[in-house]
Design a protein around this ligand. Structure first.
Ligand SMILES: [Zn+2]
Length: 434
């Protein structure tokens, strides 16, 4: 892309920021719930978000359409209609009483990038598509990435037919029918998005941790999406005994056994994080005794806990799994308790595309926008990457985390992220003026 074209594109992105603010405000007002927003998947709220955003895309001269399950798209045609296109977007749903920018920021940024290119008079070499994705959050149907998985053909009909919204108890098809979607068409059409028609997926998303604030930097290029290894409902069974009458050698103390396990796993985490894998994280989200049976004067007989390792490296997750098994076996024997960990669930780490990451860094450098690089958590991008479509992500600084009403992305940072996204889409699509 020539320097005058880049300047025209940057100016157009800036010109479109009032429109972006207005879209955020209108969608927030339409999905407000106490001090946050609630946009369940396949509800009137996420449909309204799609209608507002893609209505604005039409007003900007972009063609729009919806697939059979309601993922929403805007398109800017390329010089070669048969060339594989470039796709960008994020999810439209939110958790209950969540924040307005988690997901929505990436869908708005994609529409703004296309509209800016159109406004700047640039024609991409291949088709550019902005996507508003349904149902990324797992809180609605119990699993994440439903809209993205259906779009790339990575969900079978049997799994789909079992999906029930956790709060309403109604099937996913019933919720789709509420929105007049003919979901059955998805099984006749085949995947809407595939490596044959899409050569890159780029997702802008607010950062969900505190790193960019700490590092006083507006943007990051994500290196990889962490996988995880989880035991959600671990239990340690010992015996309830008299606290004063039972000597140490005869105790079967479930709490002290669990704390030994946790300390062993924390030591392993520190060793891995200080050594070969700085992306490693370890969380004990749940730890409790039974309030019907526990007491100040009782040795605790049962202790419940969860274990959650995350990493961009499969070797770390494997090492954690082996350590959990070995430690629980050893501690169980020595302390005469029994660990029941239940089935391990988890996901594999997803590397993001090195070439696209380099293009994002180059765009930022050309625009003199500082960026960091670090690993991120699960996002729709992982589904496109696993489907064989090279994927990369831009993270935007966001105080106060996400999945809560207090997330605070500054519009100035959103603009910088959208500049990098638009410039990268223009470069890799071979956009040219005139
Ligand atoms: Zn999200």
């Amino acid at each position: 892309m020539t320097a005058p074209s880049q300047d025209a594109l940057s100016a157009a992105v800036s010109d479109l920021m009032p429109m972006a603010s207005d879209i955020f405000d209108r969608i927030r007002a339409a999905s407000r719930d106490h001090d946050g927003v609630t946009r369940p998947a396949w509800s009137s709220q996420d449909q309204t978000a799609a209608d507002i955003l893609f209505g604005a895309a039409r007003d900007q001269g972009l063609a729009t359409w919806q697939d059979a399950i309601g993922n929403a798209y805007a398109e800017l045609p390329g010089r070669d209609p048969s060339a594989p296109g470039i796709l960008s977007g994020s999810h439209l749903d939110s958790v209950a009483r969540g924040g307005n920018f988690d997901g929505l920021a990436g869908a708005v940024a994609a529409v703004v990038a296309l509209a800016a290119m159109h406004r700047a008079g640039l024609t991409p070499g291949c088709r550019l598509t902005a996507m508003g994705i349904r149902c990324e959050e797992s809180v609605w149907f119990g699993i994440a990435y439903v809209g993205a998985r259906l779009a790339v053909g990575a969900m079978g009909r049997a799994e789909f037919d079992r999906l029930v919204r956790l709060d309403s108890g109604r099937s996913i098809t019933a919720h789709m029918q509420d929105l007049s979607l003919a979901a059955d068409d998805i099984w006749n059409q085949g995947p809407v998005i595939s490596p044959a028609n899409t050569k890159a997926f780029l997702e802008l998303h607010i950062e969900q941790g505190p790193l960019l604030e700490e590092q006083n930097t507006p943007l990051a290029v994500a290196t990889a999406i962490r996988g995880n290894l989880r035991h959600g409902d671990g239990v340690c069974h010992g015996a309830y005994q008299h606290s004063a009458a039972t000597p140490r050698r005869l105790r079967q103390d479930s709490v002290l056994a669990v704390t030994e396990l946790l300390q062993g796993l924390e030591a392993l985490w520190h060793e891995i994080e200080d050594g070969e894998d700085p992306s490693a994280v370890f969380t004990v989200g749940k730890l409790f005794t039974d309030p019907d049976h526990h007491a100040l004067t009782k040795v605790p007989g049962v202790c419940h806990f969860s274990l959650n390792f995350g990493s961009t490296e499969q070797a770390t997750l494997d090492r954690a799994g082996a350590a959990i098994a070995a430690l629980s076996e050893d501690i169980g024997q020595r302390r005469r308790v029994r660990f029941v960990l239940g089935e391990a669930v988890g996901s594999s780490p997803t590397p993001l595309d090195p070439g696209l990451r380099a293009r994002l860094r180059e765009s930022a450098s050309r625009l003199a926008i500082p960026v960091r690089e670090f690993a991120t958590v699960g996002h729709d991008a992982s589904i496109f990457a696993r489907a064989g479509i090279p994927a990369a992500m831009v993270l935007v600084r966001n105080g106060e985390g996400s999945h809560n009403p207090h997330e605070k992305m500054a519009m100035a940072d959103f603009e910088l992220g959208t500049q990098v996204l638009a410039a990268t889409m223009a470069t890799i699509s071979g956009a040219a003026g005139g």
